[in-house]
Design a protein around this ligand. Structure first.
Ligand code: HEM
Length: 426
């Protein structure tokens, strides 16, 4: 099958992939603020092979959506060990398999029909009812975090609010005590590290050891919940099978934990921090939102479109294919760039304009599209709504207390993790 948009028919097929864009995606600054690079790609090269890694970046909105709907060609069963740090990732898996649980492929790393099986179980866990029941606690956590810095009128927003809010919610849901949030953060960082950046062998060993510590903890929690079910997420997962269905194995449960932790924590932190950044950068929008609080949901969706926390995720091609006039060989790693698709001028009018009154942002891809659409989206939206409602109601104005670091984000191929953001709250 060929993915080819009519709008791109005039672009010639380039088997050798002669892309005129020479900016390097390996540059930390480009990863941190990729907008100029992305805008050039939209114009000249919507499918771009990163010379240093061989990974293809797909930025076109329609082509990305179609790829996400075509798992037979753009498979999610990405063999981690096939990428540009193959050897290191193999070592990582060896350590986990020997002393704990190597990563088996579940949910996000599977295609239908295997994916459909896992997804059915996850959907039983992430019900709208469960999220609605969590809302009062999310409001309370948001307010308690504000209590701690309200008087001083200043805070380092990432560590004092954006990280602990989703951190506490997920820590509690995973059966840990709120006070263990920093242990949990350490586990989450270690789990994310191999996909965030190139690691040295020593770092690989270090992050694998930390992940083993998390696995041992979860294995004990699974056992406890098997015998004594509770109403948290671990228990819901352990008991997600219905009569006649096989329960999830410990290896599968470990992998699902990994996905919930890597999928649900840093992403929400990033969305919260970028929301504040945007309100400070666009004071007119801050004024507008403060005087029209009913715009909160449009603000959240526009912030997700504008600074998408997940900039891209990988698929592996199962056959030679053609996208926007570029041939991608079978067995290639393709990074579908949700964040870039959300700035595609063919899809969004004036995409570089942050506008909370726009009516075309409903179709943004910040939570993905198709079978893998984020099951945590309603939880994330609830966390964002609780947070911004409380922050806006309890303040008159936000401003930066210090300029952001330069580059503002930690290096990452697919996320936008903010190092720190010092703000003043009047
Ligand atoms: C603002 C916050 C969030 C963003 C931007 C986000 C983004 C995404 C995206 C883009 C995908 C699609 C992956 C793909 O196409 O392969 C995804 C999937 C996923 N997300 Fe989220 N997510 C967020 C919050 C959460 C939360 C709170 C949880 C759970 C606690 C979560 C758990 C997952 C899981 C398990 C998947 C895999 C689903 C599957 O493969 O069927 N996410 N997310």
């Amino acid at each position: 099958m060929t993915i080819e948009e009519t709008e791109h028919e005039e672009k010639s097929v380039s088997p050798e992939h002669e892309c005129p864009v020479t900016t390097s995606f390996m540059d930390h600054r480009v990863q941190s603020e990729p907008w100029e690079f992305i805008s050039e790609l939209h114009e000249k090269c919507p499918v771009h092979k990163v010379p240093e890694t061989g990974v293809w970046l797909m930025v076109n909105y329609e082509a990305s959506k179609e790829a996400l709907l075509t798992p037979e060609i753009f498979s999610s069963t990405v063999r981690a060990a096939a990428g540009h740090q193959a050897e290191k990732l193999r070592l990582h898996q060896e350590i986990l398999s020997k002393e704990g649980w190597g990563h088996v492929l579940t949910l996000q790393r599977t295609d239908p029909p295997v994916h459909t099986h896992y997804r059915k179980l996850i959907n039983r866990v992430f019900t709208p009812r469960r999220v609605a029941a969590m809302a009062p606690n999310i409001d309370a956590v948001a307010n308690s975090l504000i209590d701690a810095f309200e008087e001083s009128g200043e805070c380092e927003f990432v560590s004092e609010f954006a990280m602990p809010l989703p951190g506490i919610i997920i820590t509690e849901q995973l059966g840990l005590d709120r006070s263990q949030i920093y242990t949990f953060k350490k586990w989450a960082d270690a789990m994310l590290a191999p996909s965030m950046r190139l690691l040295t062998e020593e770092e690989v060993r270090e992050v694998a050891e930390i992940e083993l510590e998390a696995q041992r903890h979860f294995a004990q929690e699974f056992e406890k919940r098997r015998e004594n079910p509770s109403d948290d997420l671990i228990s819901a997962l352990v008991h997600s099978h219905e009569e006649g269905e096989e329960p999830l194995t410990t290896a599968e449960l470990q992998n699902l934990m990994h996905q919930l932790i890597t999928g649900g924590f840093e992403t929400t932190t990033s969305a919260l921090a970028h929301g504040i950044w945007l309100l400070i950068e666009y004071p007119e929008t801050q004024k507008l939102l403060r005087s029209n609080p009913e715009l909160i949901e449009s603000f959240i969706e526009e912030a997700l479109r504008f600074w998408s926390p997940v900039q891209g995720l990988a698929r592996m091609t199962t056959e030679d294919t053609e996208v926007c006039g570029t041939e991608i060989p079978s067995g290639s790693m393709v990074s579908v760039r949700y964040g870039a698709a959300n700035r595609d001028p063919e899809q969004f009018e004036d995409p570089e304009k942050f506008d909370i009154t726009r009516n075309d942002n409903g179709g943004h891809l910040a939570f993905g599209f198709g079978a893998h659409f984020c099951p945590g989206a309603s939880l994330a939206r609830q966390e964002l709504k609780s947070a911004f409602t409380a922050l806006l109601e309890r303040s008159e104005w936000f401003d930066f207390a210090k300029p952001l670091q330069d580059p503002a984000h930690e290096p990452s191929f697919f996320l936008l993790p903010l190092e720190e953001m010092h703000i003043k709250i009047k």
